[in-house]
Ligand binder design. Structure first.
Ligand code: GRF
Length: 193
């Protein structure tokens, strides 16, 4: 296997809206020799996103875009993406739905991580719905992004058992810990590593 150095790694942007724990785990992964990616850009729709701190900590360029006018925001993001030669976008807790137009105009792969075993429980409030429905398992999914919500080709999933005592907060925590491992594995998989 060829060893990838900083300069020939796939330039990646991570989109976040909140805490950014997946962003942090992706940054750590990107710094490993075996990782095919280098994170060049952090994008957020939310100036208060806690995860923006990782831009500062790890010295990665971060940009916040106002989504009041989504098509304007997306055009600006595409410019930034092209300027930085980004070939992979990882959505990680990004709370805006990316438009068809954006997907068509970005010449690379877009991945998302979702806290359920898709196609079950698309959208929000997944853990609560899984518990109310008395599911025995939930989990997380990394998938390619297409123009329908949480519906692109599934790359990898991880099952997590729902125990009787699990509240949605507790389940979210258990699943999040798995997300941090699953996203890097899915990236290795899409690049056949
Ligand atoms: C994760 O559960 C992710 O699957 C979902 O939003 C959450 C983001 O968490 N899309 P974090 O910001 O990465 O900590």
């Amino acid at each position: 296997m060829a060893i990838l150095t900083g300069s020939n790694k796939i330039k990646t942007a991570v989109f976040i809206s909140g805490t950014g724990s997946n962003l942090k785990s992706l940054i750590k992964f990107s710094n490993l020799k075996k990782s095919p990616i280098t994170i060049k850009l952090i994008i957020s729709d939310n100036p208060k996103a806690k995860g923006l701190i990782y831009g500062k900590i790890f010295k990665i360029k971060k940009k916040v875009f106002n989504f009041k006018n989504k098509s304007v925001a997306e055009k600006k993001i595409l410019l930034e993406i092209n300027k930085n030669k980004i070939k992979l976008i990882c959505l990680a807790g990004f709370m805006k739905i990316i438009s068809k137009n954006f997907i068509k105009n970005f010449k690379g792969k877009i991945l998302n991580i979702h806290p359920s075993l898709l196609p079950k429980y698309k959208g929000l409030n997944t853990h609560n719905r899984a518990i109310i429905n008395k599911e025995k398992f939930s989990g997380c999914t990394v998938h390619l992004v297409n123009s329908r919500l949480d519906s692109g080709k599934i790359i990898l999933q991880k099952k997590v058992e729902i125990k009787k005592k699990d509240t949605s907060k507790r389940l979210a925590k258990k699943i999040l810990a798995e997300e941090h491992k699953l996203y890097p594995k899915a990236i290795l998989k899409i690049f056949n590593l």
